[in-house]
Design a protein around this ligand. Structure first.
Ligand code: 16H
Length: 253
């Protein structure tokens, strides 16, 4: 006979199975690995530099699919005084989002898949002459360590997914996105004792890539104009926000 204690069933409808997996684990893994490959590809061929401001460079490639603009975007920036973990943390965390986002009407978490992966539903501001957009995407934060001596790479990926709690309600149109923020921390003149590292000795090398399909026709020139204005604006505002927020706080490595 099987002891009663072993046949008491474990609830199977939660996200934390005993093996630590959830229904999107494999998708998250695949997309994270794709971004880690893609981030190494350079922008010397076919990419246009559309904005430069100090250390910040924004590149894009003009691509249309069935007459819809889906230009890939790649941005590089170097920010003094913050770590890659801090940049990624402030980008991923729900609680800070509306303090730096200027292109949203609202954001909410509709599901937590694990401590590092949540599903967001967001309403975007109507920025061009077209229907309002919304988005529903998993958002995953991860630390990748290379060795005990080197600083780890931090990254956040936002990737569109359907969800029963976020049906598409016309006339609203859903954005389809695959976005990654990938950060490395550089420490100059590292002191012997890591506890002595100061903010003036650290900087973060950031790469931000975005593939966004507007999910329906939008006049090309209007969309390209909005992108050219809004991505640099986002990078500037978001990174200044993190510098401001962390200035007098202990460094989060
Ligand atoms: O990455 C940014 N914000 C994320 C956190 O709110 C969400 C973002 C995303 C966007 C669309 C769908 C899913 C997820 O990763 C900063 C975005 C900076 C916005 C620049 C606006 C560019 C406008 C033209 C592109 C098409 C619309 C994109 C709307 C955000």
């Amino acid at each position: 006979a099987v002891p009663v204690s072993t046949i008491v069933s474990k609830s199977n409808d939660d996200n934390s199975e005993s093996n630590g997996k959830h229904r999107l684990t494999d998708d998250v893994e695949r997309i994270v690995q794709e971004h880690l490959q893609y981030v190494r590809e350079d922008v010397s061929n076919g990419w246009d530099l559309i904005h430069q401001d100090g250390e910040m460079k924004v590149y894009r490639r003009e691509v249309e699919e069935n007459g819809i603009v889906v230009d890939p975007l790649k941005c590089f920036h170097t920010i003094k005084g913050v770590t890659g973990h801090e940049i990624c943390r402030y980008f991923w965390e729900f609680q800070y989002r509306m303090e730096w986002e200027t292109t949203l009407d609202s954001t909410k978490i509709i599901e937590a898949l694990d401590p590092d992966t949540v599903i967001f539903f967001q309403l975007h501001k109507r920025v061009w002459p077209a229907a309002q957009r919304d988005s529903c995407f998993w958002s995953h934060i991860r630390c990748i360590s290379h060795s005990d001596e080197d600083q780890p790479t931090w990254l956040v990926v936002n990737y569109t997914t359907p969800h029963p709690l976020a049906p598409i309600k016309s006339p609203q149109v859903r954005l389809v996105a695959n976005v990654a923020l990938i950060c490395e921390t550089i420490i100059s003149e590292p002191p012997l004792d890591p506890k002595d590292i100061k903010r003036e000795n650290i900087q973060c090398k950031l790469t931000y890539v975005a593939f966004v399909n507007p999910g329906g026709w939008v006049p090309s020139a209007a969309l390209r104009g909005v992108a050219k204005r809004e991505y640099p604006r986002f990078l500037k505002r978001f990174t200044s926000y993190v510098v401001e927020q962390t200035r007098n706080k202990p460094i989060l490595f």
